[in-house]
Design a protein around this ligand. Structure first.
Ligand SMILES: [Zn+2]
Length: 224
């Protein structure tokens, strides 16, 4: 077997060996907290929420509305019952009743991480392995959006931390407070994010918007 690393595998190894986000200290407001979000306790997260509220990044009402919306069970009935592969197991027009019964019998928590937020119907044995045969109610469970996504082969990097990539992009911005876009990009990479730079550039807009309101400091030599 050829042991010469491909550009891709060398890049992967490099990404894993690069110093992690824990080597960069938190911004002053978060200096008493662990430098890695994986090490945060519930108390630390509570502190972040209170900090964000105090900074008026959003109101308590907006936060409550967002959370309540994500607690509301998603339309699993419609999404499952409309699939021909599921309908095939039931007499005509009986699928929805079966799906609703299945839904009620669930625990209401993500099978993998136990959250009640953003639950979706997901396969126990995957469609990749079992095809249409996987589309049976007995083979369905509830998983949250995050746990559902990181099971896909295309998201193998996903499960490293608890935050989703979109949440981590903002965690880095507020907790590390990099003063240039360049530093932000390095932080995102050292956190383990493997997506294209455009995602970091889009997220950096938050720093720009807040800086215009005097809520974020950006150095003059920032490239964006
Ligand atoms: Zn989950």
């Amino acid at each position: 077997m050829d042991a010469t690393p491909t550009a891709e595998s060398a890049g992967m190894a490099q990404a894993i060996r690069a110093p992690g986000v824990e080597t960069v200290p938190n911004a002053a407001d978060f200096s008493g907290l662990p430098p890695r979000d994986d090490d945060w306790t519930d108390e630390h997260w509570r502190y972040l929420i209170e900090w964000l509220l105090r900074a008026q990044l959003f109101s308590a009402r907006e936060l409550a509305s967002l959370v309540l919306g994500h607690l509301n069970p998603s339309q699993v009935g419609t999404s499952i019952a409309s699939k021909k592969t599921f309908q095939a197991h039931y007499p005509p027009r009986k699928t929805m009743a079966a799906v609703l019964k299945w839904h009620m019998e669930q625990t209401g928590k993500c099978l993998d991480c136990n959250t009640r937020l953003e639950l979706q119907a997901d396969h126990i044995e995957t469609r990749e392995d079992h095809g249409d045969d996987a589309d049976r109610l007995e083979n369905m469970t509830l998983r949250c959006r995050r746990c559902n996504v990181i099971r896909r082969p295309s998201h193998r990097q996903g499960g490293r931390t608890h935050l989703t990539a979109e949440a981590a992009l903002m965690w880095i911005l507020f907790v590390k407070r990099p003063r240039t876009y360049q530093a932000y990009e390095v932080l995102c990479r050292s956190y383990g994010m493997t997506m294209a730079n455009i995602r970091f550039k889009e997220a950096w807009a938050m720093a720009r918007w807040l800086s215009r309101e005097g809520l974020y400091e950006i150095d003059l030599d920032s490239s964006m």
